[in-house]
Design a protein around this ligand. Structure first.
Ligand code: NAG
Ligand code: NAG
Ligand code: NAG
Length: 544
């Protein structure tokens, strides 16, 4: 409870006087999330259960699994265009067929049932529903496909958790400038309304956008994702700006038009890696905070507090001036837009994969870019284990810290973990089914989530593993294998084969967490009376 006072002081200060995020403010709350946060039991397993209504899910995204890229009236997406050009993707892989999920609803439902998830997070392909991106031209075959999928899920007692946009923008909308054109907010809202109308009777959890940070940065700054632009330090911010407005419009449409009847919830999914200060110095702590603000706060601050984080506005203005520009490369919101966006997420969908160490480093004026705007350098501690993905070092305690950071900065909003997972690197010919590293990753991260819930009072409501099957993993093609189920993209029937992690994840789901020692005894049936005695004794510590 001791963190409430500084938090409220901090929030109120920002709201009422537009005070800057000064070092003093940072130090008020970093006591808990930064280096003094040394829970002596940090790396120990906590036994216990989540609330009964906890959401257990697994996720995919349309372009990564569906295939059927040109079937039944689907329009082109920017990912079709991008992958069909040479040298963008590892070994020129593409999502033309992917896991063929468009034709394999029954197979996917079977493995979802085996896992025992309560929810399945998947995304709708905008150009499959609206081939030219606009509601002037609706593709009924696309609507039918999603109706069949949703009906089959509900028949299997699995609730759909639906992402409206997971990066596969209709190419025709890219042709008019894509997300750097403001009009996209209007088109997105019309598309969203159509989806609420067609599917909202059965879909009760909606996610507007998946990771706008990655779409903006990898697609428009680094050029490694579709549409492949490298406009450093400029387009990235315009894209983020439009995406925030698009999200807010769709939330309002749902809230005012559809929610009264459909009674669901709607939020946004943001990627948030943890930035751990490389030292205890004030400079490094402020740099670590900037790291999180530029990744997560960029989108979460406008939604949960209002407007961009002050530190982003200051940094980008400072850097823009140094280049000789008269105004900031970060667009600004009008007062009306700030109010339109504030308060537009029923929950925060959090995708967490890794943590980085961060230190303060002032950069030169040129080159201009998103990273350079931050005056920080981030890297990995070499002691953290390596995985099949260079940027993914498992750091479970960072997961707990980012959840606490969210709690403190945004007044403890409901959190749904919408992605968390790890990959092996392989061409897929070898079936790597004994994925002990994934078991370790999922178990430790779910356990950190339990600690965040039980020990820190974080309002976390659900956990989603990424991903159901090995699938088209963007720039890495089929080589980053995030699946709980193995799938070989060269296999004509694309059989889904369980890895060892399927059993361990479904056991966590069945137990709704981690069995307490006495429950394990009872389950083993070995200890009889002694187990029962432990049970009554342990009851006291249950909420521990
Ligand atoms: C879920 O359960 C908790 C207590 O276990 C309760 O406080 C909460 O309101 C429930 N949430 C929903 C959405 O039913
Ligand atoms: C890196 O990890 C090692 C081993 O856990 C630890 O001693 C060291 O302090 C870490 N370095 C930083 C900068 O956090
Ligand atoms: C899986 O890998 C672990 C650790 O490498 C090993 O101990 C275990 O025997 C393996 N299991 C199978 C079925 O190969």
């Amino acid at each position: 409870m001791m963190i409430w006072l500084p938090l409220h002081f901090f929030t109120i200060a920002i709201l009422t006087s537009g005070l800057k995020l000064t070092m003093a403010d940072t130090l008020n709350y970093d006591k808990f999330v930064y280096s003094e946060f040394n829970d002596p039991e940090r790396d120990q397993l906590l036994y216990g259960h989540f609330p009964d209504n906890f959401t257990w899910a697994v996720a995919t995204a349309s372009y990564q699994v569906e295939g059927a890229w040109n079937e039944d009236g689907k329009g082109l997406s920017i990912w079709d265009t991008f992958t069909h050009q040479p040298n963008h993707i590892y070994k020129n892989h593409n999502g033309d067929v992917a896991c063929d999920s468009y034709h394999k609803i029954a197979e996917d439902i079977d493995i979802l049932k085996d896992l025992g998830v309560t929810h399945y997070r998947f995304s709708l392909s905008w150009p499959r529903i609206l081939p030219d991106g606009t509601v002037d031209n609706i593709n009924n075959a696309g609507i039918d496909y999603y109706n069949r999928l949703i009906d089959a899920l509900i028949a299997a007692n699995i609730q759909p958790m639906v992402t409206l946009y997971h990066w596969d923008l209709p190419q025709s909308l890219q042709d008019i400038g894509g997300w750097s054109n403001d009009i996209l907010a209007v088109y997105f809202n019309l598309y969203a309304e159509l989806c609420f109308e067609k599917f909202g009777d059965r879909v009760k959890t909606w996610i507007t956008l998946n990771e706008p940070y990655i779409a903006a940065r990898m697609g428009h700054e680094m050029g490694v994702h579709a549409p492949g632009l490298r406009h450093q330090g400029t387009t990235i911010y315009r894209v983020g700006h439009t995406m925030l407005k698009a999200h807010a419009k769709a939330w309002h449409s749902y809230n005012t038009i559809y929610r009264p009847d459909q009674k669901g919830s709607i939020g946004i999914t943001l990627v948030g890696f943890w930035g751990e200060p490389a030292s205890d110095s004030d400079e490094d702590r402020a740099a670590a905070d900037r790291y999180v603000q530029f990744m997560l706060g960029w989108f979460a601050h406008p939604i949960f507090i209002g407007d961009y984080p002050d530190v982003m506005k200051e940094q980008i203005l400072k850097k823009s001036r140094a280049q000789g520009l008269t105004s900031s490369r970060l667009p600004s919101f009008t007062e009306e837009e700030i109010n339109l966006i504030r308060g537009t997420s029923d929950f925060i969908g959090l995708n967490y994969y890794t943590t980085q160490l961060v230190r303060h480093a002032e950069t030169e004026t040129l080159p201009v870019g998103f990273l350079e705007d931050q005056d920080q350098v981030a890297w990995y501690n070499e002691s953290w284990p390596k995985t099949g993905v260079p940027w993914l070092r498992p750091v479970p305690w960072g997961f707990r810290k980012i959840m606490n950071w969210i709690k403190m900065n945004y007044d403890n909003p409901p959190i749904i973990i919408t992605e968390n997972g790890v990959a092996e690197f392989s061409d897929g010919k070898e079936q790597l089914l004994n994925d002990t590293w994934r078991i370790q990753y999922i178990t430790s991260h779910v356990n950190e989530m339990l600690k965040a819930h039980h020990k820190d009072g974080v309002d976390v409501r659900g956990y989603t593993a990424w991903s159901l099957t090995d699938s088209f993993e963007w720039t890495a093609g089929y080589a980053y294998r995030f699946g709980l189920y193995y799938m070989n993209a060269d296999d004509p029937i694309r059989k889904r084969i369980p890895k060892a992690s399927v059993d361990s994840f479904s056991e966590i789901i069945r137990n709704n967490g981690f069995l307490l020692p006495y429950e394990q005894e009872i389950k083993m049936g070995a200890m009889g009376t002694f187990g029962k005695w432990i049970q009554s004794f342990s009851q006291v510590f249950r909420k521990g």
